[in-house]
Design a protein around this ligand. Structure first.
Ligand code: SAH
Ligand code: SF4
Ligand code: F3S
Length: 439
């Protein structure tokens, strides 16, 4: 018998990449690679990469340099780069990085066993061609039996929105929705293996099915998933505000399994900036969607992404972002400094702001949100929340899970609670988590 080969797989970027990494690991298991946590033990190192901001891209090159000494010690060690930097750079990566052995793009995951086998024989390949939708649709595995409490399920890939700052449409390709029957089959299998919560995943889940008359729309898909026995909670991410429909809002009123949380990235608070971002909604339209959601689910937790320092952003524009954040009362936000990305429309816009000004604005935004998050977290003290227990906390004797609002709660409890929905009284509200007591 051949001795096992070890794969060290490091994932950068969004949930889409996390989900792709699961597929990479399972495909490579088929050709004899076992996952290892130790880079020094590896026969193959793969970085599944992100390029959404310049910093994310730089991190990849830095990490390759960090790992490079391993190759001096073990010349047979193979280095691979996949994901969004691979898609962006393609063949050029092999030229830039002489010790790199293989490159595969976001549409070429299914080819990874062949690419790795070629690398084992000393051939350096870069496969980054986009493939057609029919082929792509057939490539999602539906035989995952690995279980777990909460899992991500890809329902669509790619993005057609072309927000002017964003590189994702270029590195992920056109939008494509999976067949609803395949999604339901995959989730049924997960439920049979003990999964209690699924998060439906896509760059813009709200436009699910819109390109394909044979498929339900996203609200229809949610109803199909809600009908699956054993699945107790449903989440989804990410939602584009322009595509929030009445039927989707009704789901929050009518589907008890649908958690009371939505990630609804606003990106900016000024309608003028939103127009230049090509977001497809104005500030009042965004606020109307928020009001509609709250009218059917008054307690819904809303989170957001905000970009600070978009080209031409004036102090007035930025003040509007601050006021939008305060008016919406997000339970939390992710905030980013605008980063110019090659090939995007905004890369040609005038009005790039000085770095210090961007940082100063980001600090102001973060300080305001910090207070709002803290207040939000503390306001729930004294309430009893249903928590789906996911695992052991860092502190011994404690377990953690999330409330319907997607906030982490730690509480004293036994590991046997993992996978169960339990009632927990919130006793402390912190910035990033809450402390509870089992009732
Ligand atoms: N499809 C999702 C997520 C895309 S990437 C969505 O539309 O919300 C995640 C976040 O990164 C975006 O929401 C945006 O806030 C941020 N982002 C994308 N491109 C960026 C850029 N060039 N500079 C700074 N932040 C960016
Ligand atoms: Fe990027 Fe906009 Fe698509 Fe999100 S919706 S992935 S921000 S282009
Ligand atoms: Fe990054 Fe690619 Fe996701 S650029 S955010 S890993 S789609």
């Amino acid at each position: 018998m051949e001795s096992p080969k070890f794969l060290y797989l490091q994932t950068f970027g969004c949930q889409m990449n996390v989900s792709d990494s699961e597929k990479i690991a399972s495909l490579l298991a088929g050709v004899g690679y076992e996952l290892t946590e130790e880079s020094a033990a590896a026969d193959l190192i793969i970085l599944n990469t992100c390029t959404v901001r310049a910093k994310a891209e730089e991190r990849v090159y830095r990490q390759l340099e960090n790992l490079r000494p391993l190759k001096r010690k073990k010349p047979a060690l193979l280095f691979g780069v996949g994901g969004c930097v691979a898609q962006q750079e393609g063949e050029r990566l092999l030229e830039k990085i002489p010790y790199l052995d293989l490159v595969f793009g976001t549409h070429n995951l299914h080819r990874i066993p062949q690419i790795v086998l070629a690398a084992e024989e000393g051939r350096r390949l870069a496969e980054v061609d986009f493939i057609d939708n029919e082929t792509r649709m057939g490539l999602f595995p539906v035989d995952d039996r690995s279980g777990g409490v909460t899992r991500f399920v890809t329902v669509m890939q790619g993005c057609d929105n072309y927000c002017s700052y964003c590189i994702v449409p270029y590195v992920r390709g056109r939008e494509i929705s999976r067949r609803s029957a395949d999604i339901v089959a995959e989730i049924r299998l997960m439920a049979a293996n003990g999964v209690k919560e699924v998060t439906l995943l896509g760059q813009n889940v709200n436009s699910y099915g819109l390109n394909d008359p044979g498929q339900p729309d996203f609200a229809g898909l949610l109803r199909m998933v809600a009908a699956i026995d054993g699945i107790e909670r449903i989440r989804f991410t990410t939602s584009h505000p322009k595509d929030i429909t009445r039927p989707l809002i009704d789901c929050f009123a009518e589907l008890p399994k649908l958690c009371a949380h939505i990630h609804l990235p606003a990106q900016a608070g000024s309608s003028a900036v939103l127009a230049r971002m090509n977001r497809g909604y104005t500030r009042p339209e965004y606020m109307e969607k928020v009001a509609d959601l709250r009218s059917v689910r008054p307690d819904i937790a809303i989170t957001s992404d905000i970009i600070v320092g978009f080209p031409g952003e004036t102090e007035e524009d930025f003040t509007e972002t601050l006021s939008l954040v305060e008016e919406t009362g997000y339970s939390d936000i992710f905030s980013f400094l605008y980063s110019q990305r090659p090939g995007t429309a905004a890369a040609d816009f005038d009005g790039d702001l000085p770095y210090d000004m961007k940082v100063e604005r980001l600090d102001r935004l973060m300080a305001i949100q910090k207070k709002i998050t803290r207040r939000y977290s503390e306001a729930l003290v004294g309430t009893v929340q249903e928590v789906l227990v996911e695992g052991a906390s860092k502190r011994t004797g404690q377990v953690f899970g999330r409330t319907t609002y997607n906030r982490i709660v730690n509480f004293d409890g036994d590991i046997s609670l993992v996978g169960r929905l339990v009632d927990v009284e919130i006793i402390e509200g912190y910035q990033n988590s809450q402390l509870g007591r089992l009732v």
